[in-house]
Write a protein that binds this ligand. Structure first.
Ligand code: ADP
Ligand code: MG
Length: 256
């Protein structure tokens, strides 16, 4: 077993990175052992699993200290983040190969999990560079709202720069529309912008519809499947999980 590593990346906040990381990891853990990593010092993902004051956190990984992921559900482990992760960029400034710290630290875990999902902070920092350097695939969640596509071109550019310079195995798995409401006028504009930029082929067929069950689940600190299996949120994330698996399989078969 060699884990497939997928990161959720968008320099904007509030687009559904954390929600998507949690629910896709929950879905993947029904099939195989899954590791979910919080790389955002805001710790939203960690809070969802009641890990506000964990003994160890992602900071230890970056400082090359011993680390044991925390089991939060059957088949699902978490590496949490806490506020003290905020200063890490400066702390690792002078470390040798500072872009590859996370990638190297994760090496021993790759044989233990089928999937590793990483939730990114909303920025471009040494942490995000580390995360992208450790990943096989990037998913870019995009909130289906006005101006939400600003910056997408830049993020695709960053990913391809990292691919060229540091991590040749990195590919963009897809752009994911979240908070999606097909009745809104803006939705048509968003599809047009995606088409004009030549990104249509990268768009996941599955869209995550706007759904209050997703917010309620978060409020109760449950995954969408625990909160309400029949909600649109659960239906969409289950279908996204299947599409993601198929896409990965196709890409991996194609590169063999
Ligand atoms: N499909 C959706 N429908 C309704 N609310 C959503 C949906 N996806 C995410 N949210 C809510 O939007 C907010 C931001 O989502 P989050 O995943 O934390 O974004 P990010 O990690 O990109 O900052 C959260 O309050 C979350 O509950
Ligand atoms: Mg987040």
């Amino acid at each position: 077993m060699k884990a497939t590593t997928i990161v959720f990346y968008n320099q904007k906040g509030g687009v559904g990175k954390t929600t998507t990381a949690i629910n896709l990891a929950a879905q993947a853990s029904m099939r195989g052992r899954t590791l979910l990593i919080d790389a955002d010092n805001q710790g939203n993902l960690s809070l969802q699993f009641h890990l506000s004051e964990p003994k160890t956190s992602i900071r230890d990984l970056f400082l090359q200290k011993d680390f044991v992921p925390i089991e939060v559900r059957e088949n699902l482990d978490v590496i949490p983040a806490t506020l003290d992760f905020a200063g890490i960029d400066l702390e690792i400034q002078n470390t040798l190969s500072r872009e590859l710290i996370l990638s190297r630290a994760l090496e021993p875990y790759k044989n233990k999990y089928e999937y590793i999902f990483i939730d990114c902070p909303p920025d471009i920092s040494l942490v995000t560079v580390n995360v992208l350097s450790a990943a096989d695939y990037v998913v870019i969640p995009i909130k289906a709202a006005q101006f939400s596509l600003d910056g997408v071109g830049g993020m695709i550019e960053i990913a391809s720069k990292i691919k060229r310079a540091i991590n040749p195995k990195l590919s963009i798995l897809g752009l994911l529309l979240t908070h999606y409401d097909e009745r809104l006028n803006i939705t048509k504009d968003i599809f047009n912008v995606i088409k004009d930029n030549g990104w249509s082929a990268d768009l996941f067929d599955t869209k995550i519809r706007v759904n209050t069950a997703i917010e309620n689940a978060q409020f109760e600190r449950k995954t969408i499947f625990e909160y309400d299996r029949k909600s649109n949120g659960a239906i969409d994330y289950a279908s996204l999980g299947e599409e993601l698996q198929l896409k990965i399989k196709k890409l991996q078969d194609g590169t063999k």
